[in-house]
Design a protein around this ligand. Structure first.
Ligand code: SF4
Length: 96
């Protein structure tokens, strides 16, 4: 391998490595799953997928994040998990 070839090879390897690392990061970001009702935190917070508390749902809670039109959304209380827009838990606080 000539000096020039080696330099190009190293450049390519570095770019590939960065690409793979970033690819892994974005995969982790999107690897959110719906919170399970038997999740210990869900049990502790009395989380349900469908609220029985009139006027209180995840969709109007200050802890909900993400796209308001999505059925499942991230919540500050359940990191890395998604809660149902119609759900509820004991940490519900009316969004301002
Ligand atoms: S804190 Fe509870 S009620 Fe509020 S969005 Fe999260 S799961 Fe829903």
């Amino acid at each position: 391998m000539s000096q020039l070839d080696r330099r190009n090879f190293l450049k390519l390897s570095t770019a590939t490595l960065i690409g793979v690392t970033m690819g892994g990061t974005s995969l982790r970001v999107f690897a959110e799953e719906q919170v399970k009702l038997d999740d210990p935190l869900a049990v502790a917070m009395k989380y349900v997928h469908k609220s029985t508390v009139e006027g209180s749902t995840c969709s109007n809670c200050m802890q909900i994040k993400g796209d308001a039109k999505a059925e499942w959304r991230p919540c500050n209380i359940f990191p890395g998990k998604l809660v149902n827009n119609n759900g509820w838990c004991a940490a519900w606080v009316k969004a301002a």
